[in-house]
Design a binder for this molecule. Structure first.
Ligand SMILES: Cc1ncc(COP(=O)(O)O)c(C=O)c1O
Length: 397
């Protein structure tokens, strides 16, 4: 099928929930992919931060194919080797205690919200009583935590808070990087604070170190759980395995998804000392969570993480920043590692994306910025070629 045929069929039979570009992708290797007409694109999007090793990394493909041919699914009534190995690696890389595998970022955040509420209920005497009110969760303005009912409620953007009423109770929003607002919003009814250390969808905005110190202090003083939403920032994206490592804090719950699977759907709720025993049999579950094929891919992705790999991500991030700051029309570059936001002032980000596509480069936007999430192992040649296309598009916009 050619692009027009694929587009026509998909538009006819899938729900109209996505604003898409007129591109179909049929194959890819590394940071490059092709459409049905054989046109090649350098991809600075990684499928929105998912294809952490690029398209069809040979080791990843081998691991996934071998597992698909051995056992594709068992349910969580039984143990599987890939799930055990991926979990072990994740726990060793984070120094946390245990992980619950889910299927997506939103589902991971749902698990974190449930855990925080149960922790509070168990410790502060709720037991399902109607007057128990220490269940509130503070999130930040501009945050994004997913598309399920709980996670759109958690998301601190008004545009998500319409149409789908009634929303879940018990969420409060503090201004990002505003300590006074944080102090005002956290009350004796708060059981958790949930943050992205670099807000992704909200415009690639880093939390200030002083603001994070204050969150950690309030959480420690009042036994409020700190939940790190590392769905976009985690698994090496920022140049550290988890972005919270930049801030020298220890969250009680960390959620991951996107890059941990290398291209297959997976999420994870990672528990620390305080939270590892909160969920017990019957409290939570997922038919597909920890699926062996997905976990085989994830185990392979996680096997790549050592100091040299992380240092390479930071170096590439630095190179992107240096080069982008030389481009006429770039007002600033935000983010950490290979999570990059580009402020292009009054220029229209969507028009720049379209110009890039025309010249063979895929990039993202986040609010009024351009956003890049290239594969973590992208080559210098691909970076340079892609940046040349991007610079020309920005300059001529
Ligand atoms: C920080 C953050 N949390 C949660 C989500 C939701 O993840 P998913 O789309 O896998 O449900 C996203 C997705 O963009 C995200 O960036």
């Amino acid at each position: 099928m050619n692009t027009a045929e694929i587009k026509q069929l998909e538009d006819a039979y899938t729900a109209n929930t996505y604003g898409r570009y007129d591109i179909a992708i049929v194959s890819g290797r590394g940071a490059r992919c092709k459409d049905p007409e054989g046109r090649e694109y350098i991809d600075f999007t990684s499928g929105i931060g998912v294809n952490s090793l690029g398209y069809c990394d040979p080791g990843w493909v081998k691991a996934v194919q071998a597992q698909a041919a051995a056992v594709q699914h068992t349910s969580n009534l039984f143990y599987t080797e890939p799930c055990s190995k991926a979990a072990e690696k994740l726990i060793k890389l984070t120094g946390m205690s245990t992980v619950f595998f889910a299927n997506s970022g939103a589902e991971a955040n749902e698990g974190a919200i449930k855990t925080a509420r149960k922790y509070s209920d168990m410790k502060y005497g709720g037991s399902g009583g109607a007057d128990f009110d220490r269940y509130r969760i503070v999130t930040l303005a501009g945050s994004f935590h997913g598309r399920t009912m709980a996670t759109i409620t958690a998301t601190g953007q008004d545009s998500f808070h319409k149409y789908f009423t009634p929303f879940l109770q018990g969420f409060d929003y503090a201004e990002t990087n505003n300590i006074a607002s944080l102090r005002e919003t956290v009350t004796e009814k708060t059981c958790a604070v949930m943050v992205e250390f670099v807000q992704g969808e909200g415009g690639v905005i880093e939390l200030d170190p002083g603001f994070v110190r204050e969150i950690a202090k309030i959480c420690a003083e009042r036994d409020i759980l700190l939940i790190a939403d590392e769905v976009q920032t985690g698994i090496g994206r920022t140049g550290k395995f988890m972005s919270y490592e930049y801030y020298d804090v220890q969250p009680d719950i960390v959620t991951v998804a996107k890059g941990i699977g290398g291209g297959l759907p997976i999420g994870g709720v990672i528990f620390g000392e305080k939270t590892k025993d909160v969920l017990q049999p019957g409290d939570h579950g997922s038919t597909y969570g920890g699926n062996p094929v997905v976990c085989a891919g994830s185990d392979y992705v996680l096997s790549k993480f050592d100091e040299a790999f992380l240092a390479g991500i930071s170096q590439k991030g630095e190179y992107f920043r240096e080069q982008l700051l030389k481009v006429g029309g770039v007002r600033g570059v935000s983010g950490l590692g290979l999570m990059i936001g580009i402020d292009v002032g009054e220029k229209d980000p969507k028009a720049i994306v379209k110009a890039c596509i025309k010249n063979g480069l895929l990039i993202l936007t986040a609010k009024n910025k351009l956003r890049l999430l290239p594969p973590l192992n992208i080559s210098q040649t691909d970076i340079e070629e892609g940046l040349a296309i991007l610079a020309a598009a920005i300059e001529s916009a």
